[in-house]
Structure formats: structure tokens, C-alpha cells
Write a protein that binds this ligand. Structure first.
Ligand SMILES: Cc1cc2nc3c(=O)[nH]c(=O)nc-3n(C[C@H](O)[C@H](O)[C@H](O)COP(=O)(O)OP(=O)(O)OC[C@H]3O[C@@H](n4cnc5c(N)ncnc54)[C@H](O)[C@@H]3O)c2cc1C
Length: 531
């Protein structure tokens, strides 16, 4: 049994933000997630720190909120952010009238925006559609969400918080009209653990309705809106490029680390764990890319994935004002809404506004505890971001050049040296190559793990003392996971790469016949992939 002031359910950006905020205010915190941190929507999003421009016409309140938070997140989380800047461009496919509405909307909502000459934009971004007629510069940026979420979690840990990934909430402890904590199940060992908390915060995004149901609370309806994104090899653009039109599908390209990501769609689904990718969505997305960057479809597509938007609709009887499905965030204080104390739900919103969502939530926690503890997350820099510098694309290469002769390179695409891999294995305490992928970007480049993952498995085997069947299982699970995102976009160079990877895994390693530990659900796919 653990006891704490605040139990936070959900280790996405919102939950990790709540943990960091509460720990900074001196509260004792336990943060749990059913899987690794940032593997829900936060780990499956588009990677954009919104300037607010996207919402300047359609949703002025959201635009103001994003503009405000953009400034703060840049200040406190610089190491996770690349200051790419953003452009809104009017292509021949966009209504030219929108451009003036956009400029007026930015002025009205405080989104910094400067109109520039299209010729200047084409000089900066030569791959852009040469027929663009209007261009506006805004302070969009890209963000590495795993770096952000782990920095939030580590910052909280440094202040005493306990962070428990792979711990699923299977029951909420409720006594009469009070929530007293939850029961967790370790998803790896099956062991159960009770947490007694003075306040329990559900920051479980698209799963918030399910957690509320565990507490016996009805009407918290979160409708998952599924969207796909496609990572293209290389940086086709170095600036976030938005179509200057009412927000729609496939109208943003975000340069992030070594790739450019186009997104997204919005398809209703009933299941937040539905990650299906429809061929029609992929085709439409590539067509959309072509409108912004001619030649987009013949560039190399690396991978496709999906995320689910937590779109909140309050279906509780008598709550009339919030019946609309909303993209804004919703903080439900269940002591007011349902007369159940010790329980809060925070859901919806955007990654860009995670800090504000956390601030409002911990304010509500403090009210429930009857304590006045001011929020400091707008000024306290995160671990790793103390020097206020942004991440820069050349940083890894710069570090690599310092150790060229004394540190073996494990992943050529993402320039990951052996020492960094070994440090991450020890720090994360994991034998899961996918966990390491997220914190290092291992296997996320053009070969999708073809060249690096068997090397990494060998190192994991040696360092962690994994026996051979367990190491084989780790390798197979990684290959299976990668295959899910590669399979729907196989054409051109990436198809050639996939065939080559198949020869490596099948021809050199004969992975189809490796002895593994207990069969994991992913193995079937891996065997199909290397058939
Ligand atoms: C396609 C798409 C693109 C997007 N792009 C952007 C963008 O570019 N910029 C932007 O600002 N926003 C974007 N968003 C929105 C943004 O990604 C989300 O609003 C944000 O990530 C939600 O974070 P969260 O922490 O609230 O939820 P999540 O990250 O989903 O975290 C919830 C966590 O709860 C955990 N959980 C669930 N059930 C349990 C349980 N029983 N026990 C323990 N843990 C549990 C899950 O594992 C999950 O990790 C995008 C969303 C989508 C879908």
C-alpha cells in the first residue's frame, strides 16, 4: 500500500504536467500509467506547439490560450522544442478571402503574425508550392513530446514523486461520497498494489470516461476522434507549414528531428485503442502533401500512425451548458458535479496547453485540500532546460563529432552512440526496445530499425543479463511494432527498404525460428512481416 496526497492517473503530457506542478507546490505525488509514459495520445500526436494561428478565426478563445501557453512552454521546456517558426500559406486550393480573416483573427487574439512576401517564403522554403499567393509568419514550433514528458516526470521525481509506468488502474476506491485512491495492477508482473490518496486526479485523456465509471460516476463521455499522421524521410521543410484556410484534414507539415510529419484526419471511433489506418486516409494525406509541397508523393514515406483526440461531451442529466462536443479542455470537479469528493477529471485540450490544464487542476486539488499553494510552473524551468536554449537539429551531430573515435555508433539514422544507449537502458530500467526507441529515437529513421535493432538487442542482452529467449522476444516485439506503421505506406524506396530489412531479419538472423520466451501478442505480426 502506498499513501500520498495526490494520485495522478495517466502519464501523458497532462498527467505528467499535473505531477510536476503538484510536486513543485510541495505535495506528495504518485503518477501512474497503464503503459510507458506518453504512449497514449501524447505520444501519438503531430508534434506542434501551436502559435494559436490555427484557431485564430474558428475558435478565438483557443487561439488566445495557445498564444499565451506557447510563450510559456518555450521558456520552461526549451530543450524539447525546436524553434522552427511557422508559415500560413495561401495555395491555389485555398479560398483567398480567408487570408484577411486570418490576419484580423491573429490581431484580435494576440497571435504574433507578420505578412511576408511569397518570394521571401520560397527563398526560405524552396520546396513550397511556387503558386502560393499570401504568406504569414507565426511562432509555431515543434516539440519532442517524450523529452517533455520525461522531463516533467523526472522533475517531479526529484521532488519526491513516485512514478509508476506499466501500472494500470483497475479499480477506484470509493467510500460513500469520497474517492480514497485506487487499485493498480502491474501490467508486467500482474501484481496488485493499492494507493491511498487524499485526492485522485484522472488525467486519462480519451480513457477518462472509463476511469470515471470505475468511480461510479456517469456521463463523462469522451468521444475519441482518430487522426493519422505520416512521417516523411528527411526535412522536406524546415518551418511548420500550415495551409491558410479553415482548419481541415492534411493541412499542416511539421519538421521534427530528422523527418517531416503531415497530418491529420479526424474520424469518429468508439474505442480509444482503435489505431486502424484506412488506405483512403493515407492516399488523401499524400494528396494533401502534394498541394503544399509539389513532389511530396514521390518522396519517401517512413511510417504512419494514429492518435485519438479526447473530445469531451458532458452527458450528465441537468448539465445543459456543455452538451456540445468540445476541443477545449474540461476540468470536472466531481465534488461540485457529482457530490463525490477527492476526485477530479481533466481531459480534452491540446498538448500545447498541458501546463495550463495542470495549473487549473492542481488549483482545484489545493481547494479540495483546503490549502493555498501558488503555482510556479510558468517560471520554473524543467530539468535539462535550465539554460533556456532550444533544441537544434545539429546538436546530435555536434556531440557525435566529439566522440567519433571512442564511441561505437549503434543507430546511423539517428546518430545514437553506444554510450547513450547503455545510459538509457540503465536510466529507464527497461528491457523493452520500444521504450528505448521513444527516449532515444532508436530505429525511427529510414531503416526503421533494420540496421540498429539487432545491435541494440545484443547490448541489452549483455547489459541487462536478459537470457537469449527474452532478448529474442524483445527483438521480435520491436520489429512487430515497427511493421504496423510501415505496412500501410509501403511504396517506392520504403518498400525496397522493407524488403532489405526482411533479408536482414530473416536471412541473417532467421528470426522466424528464434526461440523466444512466452509468445507475446505481437509475434504473429512479426512472423508475417518476415515471412
Ligand atoms: C492526431 C492528433 C494530432 C494532434 N496534434 C496536436 C498538435 O500538433 N499540437 C497539440 O498541441 N495538440 C495536438 N493534439 C492534441 C494532443 O495530442 C492531446 O490533447 C494531448 O496529447 C492529450 O494528452 P493527455 O495527457 O491529456 O492524454 P494522453 O496522452 O492520452 O494520456 C492519457 C494516459 O492515460 C493512460 N491511461 C488510460 N487508462 C488508464 C488506466 N486504466 N490506468 C492507468 N493509465 C491509464 C493512457 O495510457 C495514457 O497514457 C493532437 C491530437 C491528435 C489525436
Amino acid at each position: 500500500m502506498l499513501t500520498t496526497d495526490v494520485l495522478v492517473i495517466g502519464g501523458g503530457a497532462t498527467g505528467a504536467g499535473v505531477a510536476w506542478d503538484a510536486a513543485l507546490r510541495g505535495l506528495d505525488v504518485v503518477l501512474v500509467d497503464r503503459a510507458d509514459l506518453a504512449t497514449g495520445t501524447s505520444g501519438r500526436f503531430h508534434g506542434l506547439v501551436h502559435s494559436g494561428g490555427r484557431y485564430a478565426v474558428k475558435d478565438p478563445a483557443a487561439a488566445e490560450e495557445c498564444a499565451h501557453e506557447n510563450r510559456i512552454v518555450r521558456r520552461v521546456a526549451g530543450a524539447a522544442i525546436e524553434d522552427t517558426g511557422g508559415l500560413f500559406v495561401t495555395t491555389p486550393f485555398d479560398d483567398p478571402v480567408y487570408a484577411d480573416q486570418f490576419a484580423a483573427g491573429c490581431r484580435a487574439t494576440g497571435v504574433p503574425c507578420e505578412e511576408i512576401d511569397p518570394a521571401q517564403a520560397l527563398k526560405e522554403e524552396p520546396r513550397l508550392n511556387p503558386a502560393i499567393s499570401r504568406v504569414f509568419r507565426v511562432p509555431d514550433a515543434s516539440i519532442d513530446v517524450w523529452q517533455l514528458v520525461w522531463a516533467l516526470a523526472r522533475g517531479a521525481q526529484d521532488r519526491g514523486a513516485r512514478v509508476l509506468p506499466y501500472h494500470e488502474v483497475i479499480a477506484i476506491h470509493r467510500e460513500s461520497d469520497e474517492v480514497r485512491g485506487a487499485r493498480l495492477r502491474n501490467s508486467r508482473t500482474g501484481e496488485q498494489l493499492d494507493v491511498e490518496a487524499r485526492v485522485t486526479v484522472s488525467a486519462s485523456g480519451a480513457w477518462a470516461g472509463r476511469i470515471a465509471e470505475l468511480a461510479g460516476i456517469e456521463g463523462v463521455h469522451v468521444m475519441p476522434g482518430r487522426g493519422i499522421m505520416i512521417a516523411m524521410a528527411h526535412r522536406l521543410v524546415d518551418t511548420v507549414i500550415n495551409r491558410c484556410q479553415m482548419p481541415t484534414d492534411g493541412d499542416i507539415i511539421v519538421p521534427i528531428h530528422t523527418v517531416s510529419v503531415i497530418g491529420t484526419t479526424d474520424v469518429h471511433t468508439d474505442d480509444p485503442d482503435d489505431h486502424s489506418v484506412l488506405q483512403g486516409e493515407v492516399d488523401a494525406m499524400l494528396d494533401d502533401g502534394e498541394r503544399l509541397v509539389p513532389g511530396f508523393k514521390s518522396a519517401r514515406a517512413l511510417r504512419v500512425w494514429t492518435g485519438v483526440r479526447p473530445l469531451f461531451e458532458d452527458r450528465k442529466e441537468g448539465v445543459a451548458s456543455t452538451r456540445d462536443v468540445t476541443r477545449a479542455h474540461a476540468l470536472l470537479d466531481h465534488s461540485q458535479r457529482d457530490s463525490v469528493s477527492g476526485f477530479l477529471t481533466i481531459t480534452g485540450g491540446k498538448l500545447t496547453t498541458y501546463r495550463l490544464m495542470a495549473e487549473e487542476t492542481v488549483d482545484a486539488v489545493c481547494r479540495q485540500l483546503g490549502q493555498a499553494r501558488p503555482c510556479t510552473t510558468a517560471s520554473e524551468r524543467l530539468p535539462g532546460s535550465q539554460d533556456g536554449r532550444y533544441y537544434h537539429l545539429g546538436d546530435r551531430l555536434g556531440r557525435r563529432e566529439d566522440t567519433l573515435l571512442d564511441d561505437q555508433l549503434i543507430c546511423e539514422c539517428e546518430l545514437i552512440p553506444r554510450r547513450a544507449l547503455e545510459q538509457a537502458i540503465r536510466r529507464q530500467g527497461t528491457a523493452d526496445l520500444d521504450d528505448l526507441r521513444r527516449v532515444l529515437r532508436l530505429g525511427m529513421g529510414p531503416c526503421q530499425g533494420g540496421f540498429c535493432i539487432y545491435r541494440a538487442t545484443g547490448i541489452l542482452h549483455g547489459l541487462d543479463g536478459l537470457d537469449a529467449p527474452a532478448a529474442n522476444a524483445a527483438l521480435l516485439e520491436f520489429v512487430s511494432e515497427r511493421w504496423k506503421g510501415v505496412f500501410p505506406i509501403l511504396y517506392g524506396d520504403q518498400l525496397r527498404q522493407a524488403r532489405f530489412d526482411e533479408w536482414i531479419f530473416q536471412g541473417v538472423l532467421d528470426v522466424g525460428h528464434l526461440p523466444t520466451g512466452p509468445v507475446s501478442p505481437g509475434d504473429t505480426i512479426a512472423h508475417e512481416c518476415v515471412r
